[in-house]
Structure formats: structure tokens, C-alpha cells
Ligand binder design. Structure first.
Ligand code: NAI
Ligand code: MG
Length: 333
């Protein structure tokens, strides 16, 4: 099975290699079509996303992607946002699951966030009114809201989840968030066996820290989802542990939630767990669940020994030591 691997900036190259090595060790039989995008490519070639990336994605339809640096303020659109919009990858799914024996704020947490991925303030509609006034337009449509909310409920039903919580700020943005909430209420009525909860985003931010166990599946708009998923990652040990899927009707791109971590790039310090778990979501999508379960189990075992903890988990293991430990565990199983 051929899939695209997009390597990126910062720690991108290191963790992409780690993920490929682990997935290869699982025997999943993936042929990697490796292409590059991001800031480093821009500096060499003048384009952030070379045509090769699009060609490979259009051919393979499935990709694993390392993080990219988005240059700030130069009029660039993030590679992620561009790909999500171009290929209408409307569902951003971020499972936040406790792993191993890490010292974290909460244990045995199992949340799944569904984030709308194509509109909201990330639609890229910005307007300069004057030197001293800029506007970013928030776009919420029935079509995009309906499909992400429906997907969250369908997931909850298929996976025997108890509740779906919709997060908005509908008390203030009565039109845009009001529409998102109205649609959530309509769809909730189609799923009477799943408990439906509504919460405002500021309260959600606090409740997650006080008692995250009250939530299960969470569905929200693009900006709130971006912020809340980083917060959720913090509850289980940080950004190095949470993967994400960007799924449309025709294509799916899997990734780590975190960015290119320029502060630790090239130092063999990055934790590759998130992108490896992104790889597991990709294997699930390709119906290679035996291999994905094997890798998840291996990560759980490896992250149960503090000697394997990377820098972000207050340990001393390097990226390559960690990767080796995971590969050994994968091969033992
Ligand atoms: P970041 O996620 O790159 O880093 C935040 C903090 O978490 C840093 O201290 C970093 O060292 C740490 N961290 C992140 N991932 C880690 C890992 N796997 N192992 C160990 N430590 C890890 O966020 P930041 O610094 O805000 O953004 C840096 C760049 O990444 C920006 O250019 C941003 O646009 C881009 N970015 C790209 C994303 C993507 O390609 N999917 C997503 C988010 C940001
Ligand atoms: Mg983010």
C-alpha cells in the first residue's frame, strides 16, 4: 500500500523517520512516497507546497504528515490550513488518551475531540480596513457544521460512547455559533441513545482542568477545537502524545497535533509518540488494525518505563533511543 509521507520543518524530519521505522517494523507493508513541504522547502525553492506534494496526495489519497513551520506575518497561509481547505478535509479528529505510566494531571482519560476543519476564523477571509483596523471574518455554514457534528455522533454511536458535548460561544456570537448550536441540537435529536451536552467555550476550558471525566466525545468549531485540543493534550502529558486525523470524503491526512518545535529541532530530543499514533490512526483507516494495535500496545509498554521518557516527559531518552525501544517492543509482540 503506497502512502504519502510529508516531511516538514524543525523536528519534522526526525519524528517522521521514527514513525516510518516503527510502522515498517510492525510489518504493515506500507510503501512511503516521501515528499517535502514547509519553510525549509520555501527557502530553497520559493514555494511552501511544491507540486510534487499535491501530485503525491492526489495519487495516494492517504498521507502521514510531519509538522511544518508557518512563517508569521509574511502573508503565508499555513501548509496545514491550505491542505485542509484544498482537499476539503473537514473532520479533524483528535483522540486524547492516557498512555503508559506518565505522571500527568489526570489518569485513564479517554476523550475524542471533533474539530471543524475548514471554516470559522480560519477561513482566511481577512480585510484591511485601514492601517489601524483589520478584520477577520468568521464563517459558519450549515453544510460544514452538519457534517462534522454528524460525524461526532456517528462515532459516539459506533464506539459506544456515552455523550457528545458541543462547545460554542453562542451566547455572544448568536448568529454564527448560534447556527452551529442549533444544528447540534437537531442532530442530537436523531441520536436519542447518546447523551447530549452543551457548554460555552470559556467554561469548557475551566471544566477540563477541574474534571475532564465528565466529557467523552466533544465537537466544536475550528478555533475552539485548536485551542481545546492543546489543553486536552496537557491533561495527559503534553503535545508530544496527541495525534490527529484530517479526514474528507476523498482523502485523509494524519499527523501529530503539535508543531515543528524549533526550540528542540535537530537535537534528537523530540518525542515521536504523537506522529506514531497518527500513523496508527492511518493504519486503522487502511484497515490494518492488527498492526496499529500492536504499535499502540508497544507505546503503552515503552511509556510505562521512566527510562524511556523523552525530554518533554521529564526524562532523558533521546528520540532514537525511544524509537529503538518501541521497535523492539513491536517486534516482540
Ligand atoms: P509547537 O507545538 O511546535 O511547540 C510547543 C512546545 O511544545 C515547544 O516547547 C516544543 O518544544 C514542545 N513540543 C512540541 N512537540 C513536541 C514533541 N513531539 N516532543 C517534545 N516537545 C514537543 O508549537 P509552537 O512553538 O507554537 O509552533 C512552532 C511552529 O509550528 C510554528 O511555526 C507553528 O506555525 C507550527 N505549527 C505547525 C503545526 C503543524 O504542522 N501541524 C501545528 C502547530 C504549529
Ligand atoms: Mg494547533
Amino acid at each position: 500500500m503506497k502512502v504519502t509521507m510529508i516531511t516538514g520543518d524543525g523536528i519534522g524530519e526526525e519524528i517522521a523517520q521514527s514513525a516510518m521505522d516503527v510502522i515498517d517494523a510492525s510489518g504493515a507493508d506500507i510503501a512511503w512516497d516521501i515528499v517535502r513541504a514547509g519553510e525549509a522547502v520555501y527557502e530553497e525553492t520559493g514555494v511552501l507546497i511544491p507540486d510534487k506534494v499535491y501530485e503525491s496526495l492526489e495519487q495516494n489519497k492517504v498521507a502521514l504528515k510531519a509538522p511544518m513551520t508557518t512563517p508569521i506575518g509574511k502573508g503565508f497561509r499555513s501548509v496545514n490550513v491550505s491542505l485542509r481547505k484544498k482537499y476539503d478535509l473537514y473532520a479533524n479528529i483528535r483522540p486524547v488518551q492516557s498512555i503508559g505510566a506518565l505522571e500527568t494531571l489526570f489518569e485513564k482519560l479517554d476523550l475524542v475531540l471533533f474539530r471543524e476543519n475548514t471554516e470559522d476564523l480560519y477561513a482566511g477571509i481577512e480585510e484591511k480596513i485601514s492601517e489601524d483596523e483589520m478584520r477577520s471574518i468568521k464563517v459558519i455554514t450549515r453544510k460544514s457544521s452538519e457534517r462534522i457534528i454528524r460525524r461526532a455522533f456517528a462515532y459516539a454511536k459506533e464506539n459506544n460512547r456515552s455523550s457528545v458535548t458541543v462547545v460554542t460561544k453562542a451566547n455572544i456570537m448568536k448568529l454564527s455559533d448560534g447556527l452551529f448550536l442549533d444544528i447540534a441540537r437537531e442532530i442530537a435529536a436523531e441520536f436519542p441513545t447518546i447523551e447530549f451536552k452543551e457548554i460555552l467555550v470559556d467554561n469548557m476550558a475551566m471544566q477540563l482542568v477541574i474534571n475532564p471525566y465528565q466529557f467523552d466525545v466533544v465537537v466544536t468549531e475550528n478555533l475552539y477545537g485548536d485551542i481545546l485540543s492543546d489543553e486536552m493534550a496537557g491533561l495527559i502529558g503534553g503535545l508530544g502524545l496527541v495525534p490527529g486525523a484530517n479526514i474528507g470524503d476523498e482523502m485523509a491526512i494524519f499527523e501529530a497535533v503539535h508543531g515543528s518545535a524549533p526550540d528542540i529541532a535537530g537535537k534528537n530530543l523530540a518525542n515521536p509518540t504523537a506522529i506514531i499514533l497518527g500513523g496508527c490512526m492511518m493504519l486503522d483507516y487502511l484497515d490494518k488494525t492488527k498492526e496499529s494495535n500492536n504499535i499502540r500496545h508497544a507505546l503503552d509498554v515503552v511509556l510505562s518505563s521512566p527510562e524511556n521518557f523523552t525530554h518533554d516527559l521529564k526524562g532523558t531518552a533521546t528520540t532514537s533511543q525511544f524509537t529503538r525501544a518501541v521497535i523492539e517492543q513491536v517486534q516482540q509482540q
